[in-house]
Design a protein around this ligand. Structure first.
Ligand code: SAH
Length: 250
């Protein structure tokens, strides 16, 4: 009997944005390797009968290293099991889904991608910030804020990002907000550019913090902004209304 691995995206949090295919493969899984990002509401519905393995990060420390996660997926699939690797948002957007697919392919294990609704789109949307708008932005760039600007081996071109006329959406950027905003301004982006940070989007304790490239680092320090959060930079942030806290009911 041949096992299979499903790389499954949970969406940004909450059962409402979990896809029907995700629900189906989760409910039929023999083994589920899950991260914490899918959130409590979804994790509470993992089937009783499946072997459930927590691969989450706690205080910056992984319970299981990436190699161990990959080896475990391969081993269980070789036992003929239906293995679900459950990740927040979409597995192929900053979720290491691509890397895991490569390993599984190399090992000859069948893989199915179950796309998820990515937080990069859904979280700004949920607070009334469309990423494009005919008046404000005709392009969107999604990037990781995990890499410190200025780092020699950085895969990001900050000069180019500063010149980019569209919306910037930054994931995993909370820790580097001061460096990111400084770097964009240093490369010529207007310090008045509006910025919104959405923490725990689409969760009951969602919170939005707004400012400009110049002010947001200070404001987010004062408000103790914490991950997971999405940073949106650009004129589309002007569409955010504080008195209209959500387009999607929580
Ligand atoms: N694959 C995921 C992203 C994984 S990287 C996706 O497609 O959504 C982890 C980052 O995603 C976090 O640091 C944060 O920037 C973002 N993120 C995921 N879910 C979020 C949520 N509900 N609210 C705010 N940010 C979220």
């Amino acid at each position: 009997m041949n096992g299979k691995v499903f790389l499954v995206g949970s969406g940004p949090g909450g059962l409402g944005l979990l896809t029907l295919r995700a629900r189906q493969v989760i409910d039929q899984a023999d083994v589920i390797l899950y991260d914490q990002l899918p959130g409590e509401e979804i994790l509470a519905t993992l089937p009783e009968r499946a072997e459930k393995i927590d691969c989450g990060k706690y205080g910056g420390k992984h319970t299981l290293e990436q190699d161990a996660i990959e080896s475990l997926m391969v081993a269980r699939a070789r036992e003929g099991k239906r293995v679900v690797r459950l990740k927040g948002g979409d597995p192929f957007l900053f979720g290491r889904g691509g890397e895991e697919m490569e390993v599984l392919r190399e090992q000859g294990i069948p893989v199915e991608l179950v796309s998820g609704v990515t937080s990069a789109l859904a979280v700004p949307g949920a607070v009334g910030i469309p990423l494009t708008h005919r008046k404000y932005a005709s392009q969107v760039t999604i990037l990781t804020g995990h890499e410190e600007p200025g780092k020699a081996e950085s895969g990001l071109d900050w000069e180019n990002l500063a010149r980019n006329p569209g919306t910037l959406v930054i994931l995993m950027g909370v820790r580097n907000i001061p460096d990111i905003t400084r770097s964009l301004v240093a490369h010529g982006k207007s310090p008045e550019t509006p910025v919104a940070i959405i923490e725990r989007g689409l969760r009951p304790d969602q919170r939005v913090t707004t400012g400009t490239l110049q002010t947001i680092a200070g404001i987010s320090r004062e408000r103790k902004v914490r991950p997971p959060a999405i940073i949106v930079i650009g004129d589309v942030v002007r569409l955010y209304r504080e008195d209209d806290p959500g387009l999607v009911p929580l």
